[in-house]
Design a protein around this ligand. Structure first.
Ligand code: SDX
Length: 431
């Protein structure tokens, strides 16, 4: 754990409180306020946690000004270019890149856990066919605790390990089942002969009536999308997983909570909302109207896929995703895809506009991902489930780090109360 490097002095009325300042490896120092309420009888106030570090972590680092994203110290650009998703999973979970033998063992364990308990097929069939796949994901992942009783004890490292492997392995199968169910096609079982991303594409797009061969170039693009979404520090859904986990809830319930939070359009739901926005804009001549609306405070419309709480220069994932979009659409022979043209022109115009420049709004990870997924044949409703299955390893890594921290306590924020002071009950006849 980081140790204090110096002390800040806080003066409240006639009292001076010493607050330790702790430094990390890189990034901003933190003011340790854990004793503030006991010593000064005041809380800090930070509703959106814009200036609050909720934990100490060694997993992912983001520098919003430099546009840097590091997984265990490795830049996302290098991993996206040289690694693959399961290797990134190992890195996030264990802190180091695996040896050849460690990678083969890890890949075998994941592959052998991709099938689901057969009873879950009946659970999925309980949903309406027109359910949003995210509803199915939240329900099925939460229900996994009803099926896998031998990996629920969070105090048992082996239970934690098995639950982690099971979720990383089974989330693609669940997402594919949700998709197949929504289009009325039979479920396709995982194939152990395929790698992780290819297996997911096969489970989504194969049909029993004919052989489906996954294009390795599309599998590589899907694998890259998964890597780009794998983890992202203490974002809203990761913080949800940590908070749920702090109560001792079982790992499946915690990940289901993370999926639920990710669904929101301000978070992981933005990839679906962004493609729907680009389609609504339709042609580049309609872009100025939407730029005007995005700048109008009286209009709730925002440019989906734009802006970020941390990135105030550019989102390095968006840069990689934009290159991948050009590659995949070129591969599909649709490089003149109108949606991609609108996206590129919208980005160009916005980045020259003082409103976006002054508010440091740039394309984020969700701006181009939907264009690629759409070109691959996914409906917009599957965009956030793909984000969720990719982020599962990040949620689990952060959850394991928290559970393994001997100092961790149940998360229980306080408040600034501005409601009614104490008053006596008034009988209805006297109101
Ligand atoms: C993800 O946290 C993570 O790391 C998340 C994520 C991950 O990997 O886990 O990176 C994934 O969620 C990416 C973000 C996806 N969301 C969207 O694309 C939705 C559109 N973006 C916004 O809703 C917004 O930018 C947020 C939610 C992403 C960030 O919001 P903040 O940091 O709370 O900023 P804010 O809402 O306070 O906005 C600051 C100003 C405001 O104007 P003022 O009130 O100061 O005048 O910028 C404006 C906002 O109105 N603004 C936008 C805008 N985003 C912010 N104006 C137009 N369009 C936008 N997209």
């Amino acid at each position: 754990m980081a140790e204090p490097t110096r002390t800040a002095k806080l003066t409240i009325d006639d009292k001076v409180i010493d607050l330790p300042i702790k430094s990390g490896t890189i990034g901003p120092d933190v003011l340790d306020i854990r004793k503030l309420y006991a010593e000064a009888d005041v809380f800090t106030y930070d509703p959106g946690f814009t200036s609050t570090a909720a934990c100490e972590s060694t997993i992912t680092y983001i520098d919003g000004d430099k546009g840097e994203l590091l997984y265990r110290g490795y830049p996302i650009e290098q991993l996206a270019d040289q690694s693959h998703y399961l290797e990134v999973c190992y890195l996030l979970l264990h802190g180091e890149l695996p040896s050849g033998a460690q990678m083969r063992d890890f890949e075998t364990r994941i592959t052998r856990h991709t099938m689901l308990h057969e009873q879950i097929h009946y659970f999925v069939r309980g949903f309406r066919r027109d359910s949003h796949p995210m509803a199915t994901m939240v329900g099925v992942v939460g229900a996994m605790s009803a099926f896998y009783h031998d990996s629920l004890d969070i105090t048992d490292p082996w239970h934690r390990e098995v639950a982690s492997i099971r979720m990383i392995a089974k989330l693609p199968t669940i997402a594919a089942m949700a998709y197949k169910y929504s289009v009325g096609q039979p479920f396709i079982y995982p194939k152990n002969s395929l790698d992780y991303a290819a297996n997911f594409l096969h489970m989504c797009f194969a049909v029993p009536s004919e052989e489906y061969v996954v294009d390795p170039r599309l599998a590589k693009a899907m694998d890259r999308i998964m890597m780009l979404h794998a983890d992202h520090e203490q974002n809203a859904s990761t913080s949800t997983v940590r908070l749920a986990g702090s109560s001792g809830a079982n790992p499946f319930a915690c990940i289901a909570a993370g999926i639920a939070c990710l669904w929101g359009p301000a978070h992981g739901g933005a990839n679906q909302a962004c493609l729907e926005m680009l389609r609504e804009i339709g042609t580049v001549d309609r872009i100025p109207e939407y730029i005007r609306r995005a700048k109008d405070h009286d209009d709730p419309f925002r440019l989906m896929g734009f802006g970020h709480r941390v990135y105030k220069n550019f989102d390095p994932r968006a840069k990689v995703m934009k290159e991948s979009a050009d590659e995949v659409l070129g591969l599909m022979g649709i490089e003149n895809n109108p949606t991609l043209q609108v996206a590129k022109e919208l980005e160009r115009i916005a980045l020259e506009d003082d409103y976006f420049i002054s508010k440091k709004l740039y394309p984020n990870v969700d701006f181009y991902s939907g264009i690629i997924l759409d070109a691959m044949g996914f409906p917009t409703s599957m965009f956030t489930p793909i984000f969720a299955l990719s982020r599962t390893v990040g949620w689990i890594s952060q959850w394991k780090e928290m559970i393994g921290d001997p100092t961790q306590k149940i998360g229980r924020p306080r408040q600034l109360y501005t409601g009614a002071a104490m008053r006596d009950y008034v009988d209805v006849h006297h109101r």
